[in-house]
Design a protein around this ligand. Structure first.
Ligand code: ATP
Ligand code: MG
Length: 359
């Protein structure tokens, strides 16, 4: 049997996700891999983050792969003038990471602004992409359409290159992300290739690996309005929401009038998205969930999804509440992460300067 994920049409639940393909090579030699990924400190993490990327991160870390998590605070001001409640959002991201199972002792969690050498890589990298390429990026176009700013700023246009610096500074080869990030991963791969071609070492070796994206089981989870679930679009269900809030948000989710519930990602994206969500929480297929609901209509579907989400996230939410009591620990995680990230970034910048012939 073949299923497809709610919105992408790519193979979905049956082969789980990209990590399944990689499993052998990761298990065989976890030390040969390094993961870098991250989330903007613009609000609490949501179910899209969890099933799009976070769950894969935790699995990779448990397999023994080194994990770096960047909190790109400079990228908050791509689509707004001021980074509102930055410290609070940053701490809460750390909280979400730890609550979902990231082991802070083995992960490097840090903010952009605390690692100067990482940001310096942006300068040579910007010279490797054309202005036309920056303008063509479909995700940037979508984000410009949702931006609250009257004019597009330079950081918005160039942030995929900044993200290439995030990935390449630590020479990560695996990047667990949602579908919206695929164009940015292409930018990172292009930057790595062009840098290596332009600045080979005398012995023919190159500085950067070519990273690959790792899509999760829900590469594009939809929000309650039927668009991509996003922290900044008022359509998300936060991981840390309480059970009543989860029920209220899901009750307001867009569906359709057909009482017969069926899994049809192309024809009925919102209903299929809810089925996928329940299925992921219950480790079933969306078809099984649809079959069970039958002619129950949207109300029964939403009840099923609410129960499934609340059940799945109950232990995560309990752990989150415990961890939230110690804000000092969250800051300490970031301090230690910044120290490790700076050491890596300084070493990479030194290599870059050397191959570029800087004094
Ligand atoms: P914002 O609205 O502030 O841009 P966001 O919800 O889009 O927030 P990001 O911080 O931009 O979240 O993205 C962090 C990671 O989560 C990226 O890898 C992204 O692909 C993934 N992601 C975000 N939204 C979804 C979603 N709805 N489904 C699957 N993955 C997602
Ligand atoms: Mg985003």
């Amino acid at each position: 049997m073949t299923t497809t994920t709610a919105t992408t049409g790519r193979p979905g639940l049956d082969d789980r996700d990209d990590l399944a393909d990689l499993d052998g090579s990761v298990r065989g030699n976890p030390a040969a891999h390094r993961v870098l990924t991250g989330d903007r400190p613009t609000g609490p993490l949501h179910l899209g983050h969890y099933f799009g990327s976070l769950r894969n991160r935790v699995r990779l870390q448990r397999l023994g792969v080194e994990m770096l998590l960047v909190i790109p605070d400079y990228q908050v001001i791509t689509d707004r003038d001021i980074a509102d409640r930055l410290a609070e959002h940053t701490e809460n991201l750390v909280l979400d990471y730890l609550a979902t199972g990231i082991d802070a002792d083995r992960a490097t969690i840090f903010t952009h602004s605390s690692v100067p050498a990482l940001n310096q890589l942006l300068l040579p990298f910007l010279s490797l992409v054309s202005v036309a390429e920056l303008h063509r990026n479909p995700t940037v176009k979508d984000e410009i359409a949702h931006s609250s700013q009257a004019a597009v700023n330079g950081l918005m246009l160039t942030y995929p290159v900044h993200q290439a610096a995030d990935i390449l500074f630590c020479k990560a080869d695996l990047v667990p992300v949602g579908k919206d990030q695929l164009p940015h991963l292409e930018v990172a791969r292009t930057v790595a290739r062009r840098f290596n071609e332009r600045y080979p070492r005398p012995d023919g070796t190159t500085v950067f690996p070519r990273p690959r994206a790792l899509l999760g089981a829900a590469p594009l989870l939809l929000g309650t309005d039927g668009g991509k679930m996003s922290k900044s679009r008022g359509n998300s269900i936060p991981l840390g929401a309480d059970e009543d809030t989860t029920a209220r948000l899901l009750k307001g989710a867009k569906t359709d009038a057909d009482r017969r519930i069926g899994y049809d990602p192309a024809g009925r994206p919102e209903v299929s998205n809810l089925l996928l969500l329940a299925a992921l929480c219950q480790d079933r297929t969306p078809e099984e969930v649809a079959e069970e609901i039958g002619d129950g209509g949207a109300a029964a579907l939403k009840r099923t999804v609410t129960e499934a989400v609340n059940e799945y996230f109950r232990p995560i939410r309990a752990r989150r509440a415990e961890l939230a009591a110690d804000r000092g620990h969250l800051r300490e995680v970031l301090r230690a992460g910044a120290e490790r990230a700076n050491a890596i970034a300084d070493a990479t910048l030194a290599e870059v300067r050397e191959v570029m012939g800087s004094l």
